[in-house]
Each structure stands twice: as structure tokens, then as C-alpha cells.
Design a protein around this ligand. Structure first.
Ligand code: ATP
Ligand code: MG
Length: 311
């Protein structure tokens, strides 16, 4: 069997396995390597926290999982286990099938909820439209009822009232709840949340994170949570992947990473936890980190990533 038609995952408990994902954006005079080598795995029903500096490739990695980097040249593989148990490689899936995956299995929540909402449509109508995309045969009344039910799931106590409102009448936190309700409309098995609380007031960040955590625990959904904030990741995630300059430099269970970080970049991130901004905005590897990447340490893989697979 060639790499092209791999149909089994390394681990039967995983819902997602990225292997040596590389994403290059070609332009007229040069090539931008957005992701150099991302290898990671997500266990079904768990939260993987993806942390790293700005520009390290976190968003491009998550867009690749949705099959949305169509202008890029990608290599490696992104194996995803569908609800029916079959396994697809997102990088080798035709667009039509990708659309179905995005509609029914994988959902994304972005940093800026305002951008995901149509400013001229009432919330209820927007939800009904999304619900209709997933099930064309559903009656109008049932769609309305489902919209209300999804808003309630997303933490609104007065969903009927929210249905009648326009996006501009909602606060940032409320908008993000609506976006989460939309994401839930297809009962996805995988949610990609890219900085879902960064644009929100600090006071409501926790509420949204608690909501996401509850959705994962109660519905057995799997999630990749992207954040600059290591505290958020420490609280939410079951496992952590650290990214720098397009490489996943270290990946492992949260407790391993927090108590016994191996990569010097991870160590510095943890040391700086209170003041991570400085470390997170670094654009280069330090000499010590370069050494790790070129050395032949037993626990360093040929893909630069520190291997700690005790799971
Ligand atoms: N469409 C594109 N065309 C060309 N280069 C791109 C494109 N999208 C992203 N990049 C480049 O890929 C790299 C990774 O970007 P990405 O958005 O994934 O970073 P990030 O880790 O999400 O950063 P942030 O924390 O700021 O959101 C960056 O250097 C970026 O400029
Ligand atoms: Mg990003």
C-alpha cells in the first residue's frame, strides 16, 4: 500500500492524524512555507491545544484540516475518521466530498464571530439557513424549533428572543455563542476552534471556554483549540502541541508537557507563562533549539518533532 491510499490510522482511538503536513504558498517570485512539518494526532473525544508564536502555522494547519487551502501546495497526509468509521485523507479528497465533510463532520469556530454572521439577517433566520444546508427535507417549523434548541445548547436562556435579534444587537460573547450554535447544527465530530476567545472581553472568555469544554465532554466531540494563551490551553486541553516556524516541535499529554517539557522552546514558554508574549513573538530558533533539530537524540524524530508517545 502506498502513502497515497493509507486507510488505517496508527491508533484506533484517534479521530485525526496529521503526518508530515507541509503547506507551501507559491507566488510569482517565491514560495512561502507556511507549514514545514506538522505531525500530530487527536484522540477521539479529547481536546488538543495548539500553541505557538504568531505566524507559526497554526491557522494554516487548521484550514488544511478543513481542506480550505486550495491555493497552496500541500504534502503529507491528514487522515480523518468519519462518523461511519471509514478513513479519508483530506489532502486527497475531492472538493465535493470535502464540502460534505465541512457540512456534517468538521466545524470551525474563528476568532472574530462578527465575520461569521450576516449583518442583515436575524439570528433565527441565519441558523435556519445553516440547518437547511444540512437537511433540505426538514420542515420550516422544525428548523425553527431546532434553531431555538441549538441556541439553548450554546448557553442562551432566552433563545426565542435571540432568534429575533440582529447580530449588531449582540455583544461579542453572545455572537460567539451564536457561532457555536451554528457549528453544532451539523452535530460535528470534530470542532476546530481558532483563538475562539481572543477577541472577547476577559470576563466572558471563561464562559465561552467552559461552554466549549462542556460540549466536548457531553457530546463526545473532539476539538483542536488554538490559542496563544498557555493558561487557557493548560485548563482546557488533554494534550498539547507546540508549534514554531511551521514545525510542531513537541507534542504530548498535557501533564507530560507541563511537568516535563523536553524542547527548549517549550521550556521557555512555560517559564514565561506569565509573560509569554515575549517568547511567543520570537521568529527564530535559538542555537540550542537548532541543535536539537539537527542532533540525533533518541527522542527526536527525523521530522524534528520530539516523540513522546506513551499513550
Ligand atoms: N494565503 C496565504 N498566502 C501566503 N502565505 C500565507 C497565507 N496564509 C498564511 N500564510 C503565511 O503562513 C504563515 C503561517 O500563518 P498562520 O496564519 O497559520 O499563522 P498563525 O500561527 O495562525 O498566527 P497567528 O497566531 O498570528 O494567528 C505565515 O507566515 C503567513 O504569512
Ligand atoms: Mg492564526
Amino acid at each position: 500500500m502506498t502513502m497515497q491510499d493509507r486507510t488505517s490510522m496508527e491508533n484506533p482511538d484517534d479521530i485525526l492524524e496529521l503526518d508530515a503536513l507541509k503547506v507551501v504558498f507559491p507566488s510569482r517570485d517565491r514560495e512561502d512555507v507556511a507549514v514545514e512539518n506538522a505531525t500530530l494526532r487527536l484522540q477521539e473525544g479529547s481536546i488538543l491545544g495548539l500553541v505557538g508564536e504568531s505566524g507559526s502555522g497554526k491557522s494554516v494547519t487548521s484550514l488544511s484540516i478543513l481542506g480550505l487551502n486550495d491555493r497552496a501546495r500541500s504534502s503529507g497526509s491528514i487522515l480523518f475518521r468519519k462518523k461511519d468509521g471509514s478513513i479519508v485523507d483530506i489532502l486527497r479528497t475531492p472538493e465535493k466530498e470535502l464540502e460534505m465533510l465541512r457540512g456534517s463532520e468538521i466545524a470551525m469556530i474563528f476568532q472574530e464571530p462578527g465575520l461569521a454572521l450576516n449583518p442583515v439577517l436575524r439570528i433565527g433566520r441565519q441558523l435556519e439557513k445553516v440547518i437547511r444546508l444540512h437537511d433540505r427535507s426538514m420542515k420550516r417549523e422544525d428548523r425553527k424549533r431546532k434553531a431555538v434548541e441549538l441556541l439553548r445548547k450554546a448557553g442562551f436562556r432566552d433563545p426565542e428572543r435571540i432568534c429575533r435579534m440582529f447580530p449588531h444587537e449582540l455583544s461579542g460573547g453572545m455572537k460567539q455563542r451564536v457561532v457555536i450554535a451554528m457549528a453544532l447544527s451539523s452535530s460535528p465530530s470534530l470542532i476546530l476552534a481558532d483563538e475562539p476567545t481572543t477577541a472577547l472581553d476577559e470576563t466572558i472568555q471563561d464562559e465561552i471556554l467552559d461552554l466549549l469544554a462542556a460540549l466536548v465532554r457531553e457530546n463526545g466531540v473532539s476539538m483542536i483549540l488554538i490559542s496563544h494563551n498557555l493558561e487557557v490551553i493548560s485548563r482546557m486541553a488533554d494534550s498539547i502541541a507546540i508549534m514554531k516556524k511551521g514545525l510542531i516541535v513537541e507534542e504530548g499529554l498535557k501533564d507530560e508537557i507541563l511537568s516535563d517539557p523536553i524542547h527548549p522552546y517549550t521550556r521557555r514558554l512555560l517559564e514565561m507563562a506569565g509573560n509569554m508574549e515575549e517568547v511567543i513573538h520570537e521568529k527564530r530558533f535559538t542555537p540550542e533549539e537548532e541543535y536539537i533539530h539537527t542532533s540525533e537524540y533518541g527522542y527526536i524524530t527525523s521530522t524534528h518533532r520530539i516523540l513522546r508517545r506513551s499513550r
